[in-house]
Design a protein around this ligand. Structure first.
Ligand code: ADP
Ligand code: X2W
Length: 287
């Protein structure tokens, strides 16, 4: 009996948070490192379905960097990154499209449906909601078919939310001529969050947050201002895949999204802990 009462207490405790976030949009970015971890992924998708069930509006944007690198290796193509972005020639783009739109996007949607949620995959193979153009690298490097999102079809995404369905969007965009581009998934999530005026943007990765020493989990920084984050990039403390993630956070905060978090998706129910507890988990980046 005590156990049942404790469970009821937990539900009552969640009520205030549910009221606060009901009807509000949270964009959830699933990183490719995490997609490899089946158990963690299942718990996260359950969290997303829970959020939708209690009236929050989650939108999922996903990457798949690890799976793309593996598929490229199988095709005999060597992966090459410049400041966290994959140099994407025509052959690589085919692999990227197949992995993101043909495999991961479909798998994630099917998994959510199996868990009792309602999810719709919005990829260039079904309904493309991310319009974009070739990314011009500020340092002058040619990254090939790497794009940036210039327009998000928010009507389609919001329409799904009104009918209790969760949009699942891969990091690919298309230009007016139907040319496809590979988009860093952190920046794709940022564009979606900005366009929807999301209340929160949560990056789920395979690290516990931004660390002072990238290899030491105990050096996690719970809260980081925009200025500190820029300094850590300049100092080389924030490296590789963490660079586009933190840059995306900074740009998002400059454009009206209230809260941006980088959290550890391997931690069971980290998403619910972030949304339904006072302290939260991971690193919060603020203005
Ligand atoms: N200062 C840092 N703190 C934490 N992680 C860092 C830091 N600098 C670099 N990283 C690296 O960034 C990675 C996360 O980026 P990435 O691999 O692109 O993740 P995802 O696939 O989830 O988007 C971590 O696994 C870690 O190796
Ligand atoms: C241009 C660019 O780098 N695109 C990324 C898209 C996937 C991605 O970002 O996946 P993660 O979230 O797992 O890092 C790539 O090709 O790896």
């Amino acid at each position: 009996m005590d156990q049942a009462i404790a469970k009821a207490d937990t539900l009552i405790e969640a009520m205030g948070w549910i009221r606060r976030f009901r009807g509000k949009t949270t964009v959830i970015k699933l990183g490719g490192s995490l997609l490899e971890n089946r158990e963690a992924l299942q718990h996260l998708l359950l969290d997303v379905i829970f959020m939708e069930t209690v009236g929050l509006r989650p939108v999922v944007v996903h990457g798949g960097g690890k799976a793309i690198t593996e598929a490229m290796a199988k095709a005999g193509i060597e992966a090459h990154f410049i400041r966290g972005r994959r140099v994407t020639d025509e052959a690589s783009l085919k692999v990227v499209e197949q992995v993101l739109a043909g495999e991961l996007n479909v798998e994630l949607t099917e998994m959510m449906e199996r868990f009792g949620g309602r999810a719709i995959n919005l990829s260039p193979r079904t309904t493309c909601v991310l319009k974009g153009k070739k990314l011009i690298d500020p340092e002058g490097d040619d990254l090939g078919f790497v794009g940036e999102v210039t327009e998000v079809d928010r009507d389609v995404i919001e329409g799904l939310a009104y009918t209790d369905q969760v949009a699942v969007i891969p990091s690919l965009c298309e230009d007016d001529n139907g040319q496809l581009y590979n988009v860093n998934a952190d920046t794709a999530a940022m564009a979606v969050a900005q366009s929807l005026g999301a209340d929160k943007l949560v990056f789920l990765s395979d690290v516990n947050g931004v660390r002072r020493d990238p290899s030491d989990p105990d050096t996690i920084i719970p809260a980081l201002s925009s200025e500190e984050a820029r300094q850590l990039i300049r100092d080389g403390v924030i490296q590789s895949g963490m660079i586009p993630k933190v840059e995306a956070c900074l740009e998002t905060l400059g454009r009206g999204v209230q809260k941006v978090h980088i959290i550890d998706g391997r931690l069971r129910h980290s998403l619910l802990l972030e949304i339904f507890t006072t302290d939260g988990v991971g690193t919060e980046i603020h203005q």
